[in-house]
Write a protein that binds this ligand. Sequence first.
Ligand code: UDP
Length: 321
Amino acid sequence: MTSRRAVVTGGAGFIGSHLCEALVAQGWKVTAVDNLVTGSTDNLAGLADHADFELVVADACEPLPLGGDVDAVLHLASMASPPDYLDHPIETLRAGSVATERALELARGSGARFLLASTSEVYGDPLEHPQSESYSGNVNPVGPRSVYDEAKRYAEALTMAYHRRFGLDAKIVRIFNTMGPRLRPADGRVVSNFLNQALEGVPLTVYGDGSQTRSFCYIDDEVRGIVALLESDHVGPMNIGNPDEFTVLQLAELVLEITGSASRLSFAALPADDPVRRRPDITLARTVLGWEPVVSLREGLELTLEWYRGGRVGSAPGPAA
Ligand code: UDP
C-alpha cells in the first residue's frame, strides 16, 4: 500500500512540528510548509533526514510550490501568541484569509481532506461556560485581538463554505491553550513567560488580578486529538483541549512550586479583551473520537520545564501515539 501524503502548513511551529512527527510515525508522507517567521527548523531536527518528510520554506499566502498527489491538507500556519499577532495584525488576518483559501484550493484540487487549525478564541470572552461547539461566541470585531479571532472565524466560515459548495471533507479543530516542549521561550504566552521568569528568578508577570482562567492541554494529548479528528468522518468544528480549569494565579503558584523558584509575583494591566474564563466542553471529542487528555497540568509543566532546562532544541519526547 502506498503511503498517504499530508501537507502541513505551519509545520515548523510548536504544534505543527509535533503533528508532522505524529503523522510520519503513523505512516504518512509529510510535506511541511513554513515561512519560518515564528516556526524553526530546530523543531524539525528529528525529521530532517527522514525519507517520508520534507520541509518547503514558503509563505502559505503565496501559491504553494507543490506537485504530486495530496491526501490531506492541515492548515496550521498562523501566528498564535497574543504579542505576536498584535505586532503583526495584517499578516495574521492574511494567514486566516488568503492562506486558508490557498490551502482549501490545494485540498479541493487534489480531492484531499482538509483540517483547519482554529482556536478557542472564536468564542471570544465567552458568556457560555464551559464552551461547547454550538456556542457562537462573544468576539469584539474591532478590538485588538480581533485580528486573530476574526481571522479564525473567517477561516472557519470559508472552510464550511467549501464543504457546502464543493463537498470538501472538512474538519475544524478548535485548539485551546496548549503547552509542551517547543513552546518558544520568547513566545510571550503565560506558560513560557512564567517558566522563564521562575528559572531566571525574576518576578512572574501576572496580568490583571490573576483571577482569569485558562485550561492547558499537553502537546501530546493535543496532537493525538488532532490526528484522531483528521482520521474521523466528523465534519465541522470540534474542541480539542483539556477541561481542567485553573486561574492564572494558580498557574503561577504551581510554576513556583515545580521550579522551586523564589520569584515573587508582579501585577500588570490586563490586556484589552482578555477573556475572563475559558474551558472546553469536550463531550463531542469524547463521544465521536473516544479522545480525552491524560496529562495533568502539573505533569505537562514538568515535561515542559525539563525541555526549558535542557537546551530547548529538538529533544522533545517521542510523537504522540
Ligand atoms: N498572562 C499573564 N502573564 C503573562 C502572560 C499572560 O498573566 O506573562 C495571562 C493573559 O492575560 C491571559 C492568560 O495569562 O489571561 C493566558 O494568556 P496567553 O497569552 O498564554 O494566552 P491566551 O489564552 O490569552 O491566548
